[in-house]
Design a protein around this ligand. Structure first.
Ligand code: HEC
Length: 153
């Protein structure tokens, strides 16, 4: 059964984490986690854009949940790139660690809009939300253009 398989895999993964907790931080594990956070932001961004642009006949809880999830994850960006996470199966460019101030400025732009999105979700201010979402999408693109090895977004 699907759920059983997932929970067994989850239990195995948690077991592995507990077993190796004393060892050095898992670099590829951090990179994989970083990609998952990025992918989750991309999914929340699409979901929120759909909610704001198409009449889906869903209540405000959906808007609030997608905006809050995206906003909270966006506030984690600067902590996803510790120095030892530059090697492995990654599209992160070396500039991240060579020009940390520029990179941090890009990350902070995303984090700022993440905070704004959460605030917009709490207040229910649609206009503020749309503006924050648009500025956050710019922040994603601006960072990728400079610091991610990838032709398209
Ligand atoms: C400060 C820089 C920065 C910001 C801001 C940023 N990203 Fe990223 N993103 C990266 C880097 C670097 C990678 C490559 C990560 C890797 O391969 O280790 C990446 C990878 C990705 C990926 C590919 C993940 C994969 O499976 O390989 C997606 C999708 C993504 N980002 C979406 C987003 C979205 C959506 C936002 C905005 C809400 C965003 N990113 C904000 C730097 C950033």
């Amino acid at each position: 059964m699907r759920v059983g398989r997932i929970s067994r895999a989850f239990a195995a993964a948690v077991g592995a984490v507990i077993l190796f907790a004393a060892a050095a931080a898992d670099q590829q594990g951090l990179i994989d986690y970083r990609k998952d956070v990025m992918l989750s932001m991309a999914a929340h961004l699409s979901a929120l854009t759909e909610l704001l642009t198409v009449d889906l006949d869903l209540d405000e809880d959906h808007v609030e949940a997608q905006a809050t999830s995206l906003g909270l994850n966006a506030q984690l960006v600067s902590s996803l790139f510790p120095p030892e996470s530059d090697q492995g199966d990654t599209s992160a460019l070396p500039g991240i660690w060579q020009r940390p101030e520029q990179f941090l400025a890009r990350a902070e732009a995303a984090e700022r809009e993440g905070r704004n999105l959460v605030a917009a979700a709490e207040s229910g201010d649609r206009e503020f939300m749309v503006q924050s979402l648009s500025r956050l999408a710019d922040a994603c693109r601006n960072c990728h253009r400079e610091f991610r090895f990838e032709e398209e977004d």
